[in-house]
Write a protein of this length. Structure first.
Length: 258
């Protein structure tokens, strides 16, 4: 371990014990989806001395990302998110081995993207079907994975918590994920099952945008709310960042404490 590494990340040793530092440096974490939440996961991991990061996403930085995503800066608009974040990671920790993969995680890419054994995978996928697929594939391989719920429509960062996937309530995306895991991947049926998968979620109910410019606790009658940057749920960086840092913190805690 170099003096440079110790100077950059010695504070982690004074938080988790000096034995944590070689564990953090040896860890290889994969973040799947590096948008609103995932970009902040990457930041948290990079600033915690994680020795290797694999970043997976096919999306580019766009102007509508500015309110919630780390790489959304003038000069990065139009660039691949994984490339912009990989560049930032190297500025934080030049010794970090960063792999930027411009792919979406799908049934066609799953085997190739999970061919490497990671210390942890962090699931920040928005699409329910691919989110469930990633969790199922990691579980099948015995690959540790942390998942995150939906940050859209939320305002109160103090409601965010880490629990088991089976104990996450009030999140429609995660409810659909659990349903698909039970139906299509053989996960245990019934309410309150322990999945053994750490999950970052919020108990806060979302607010819905209405066509007249107001927001309400219920969706507008006849509306077809889409999960896109321009017309979907509203978002704020203090929520996406809190989700991302909670996920990064869970990974760092588990790696550091062995």
């Amino acid at each position: 371990m170099t003096d440079d590494y110790l100077q950059r990340f010695g504070g982690l040793g004074r938080l988790y014990g000096t034995a944590a530092l070689p564990r953090l440096q040896a860890a290889h974490v994969c973040v799947v989806g590096v948008g609103g939440v995932g970009s902040w996961v990457v930041e948290g991991l990079a600033r915690s001395g994680i020795g290797a990061l694999t970043l997976i996403d096919l999306d580019d930085v766009c102007l509508t990302n500015v309110n919630r995503q780390l790489p959304a800066l003038d000069g990065n608009i139009g660039r691949p998110k994984v490339a912009a974040l990989a560049e930032r990671v190297k500025l934080i920790n030049p010794s970090c081995a960063v792999t930027a993969v411009s792919e979406y995680f799908t049934a066609k890419t799953a085997d190739a993207l999970l061919a490497t054994r990671f210390s942890w995978v962090v699931d920040c996928i928005d699409l329910m079907s691919n989110k469930a697929l990633l969790i199922a594939e990691c579980t099948k391989r015995g690959q540790p994975v942390v998942t995150v719920g939906s940050a859209g429509g939320r305002r109160d960062a103090t409601c965010i918590r880490v629990s088991d996937l089976g104990d996450s309530h009030g999140d429609e995306l995660l409810r659909q994920v659990r349903k698909k895991l039970r139906r299509d991947y053989g996960f245990a049926k019934g309410e309150g099952n322990h999945y053994g998968i750490p999950c970052v979620s919020t108990q806060e109910q979302p607010v819905f945008p209405w066509a007249d410019g107001t927001c309400a606790a219920e969706p507008e009658a006849g509306s077809n709310l889409r999960l896109d940057c321009a017309t979907g749920f509203g978002t704020a960086v203090f929520i996406t960042g809190a989700f991302g840092f909670a996920a990064a913190g869970e990974v760092v805690r588990r790696v550091a404490l062995g």
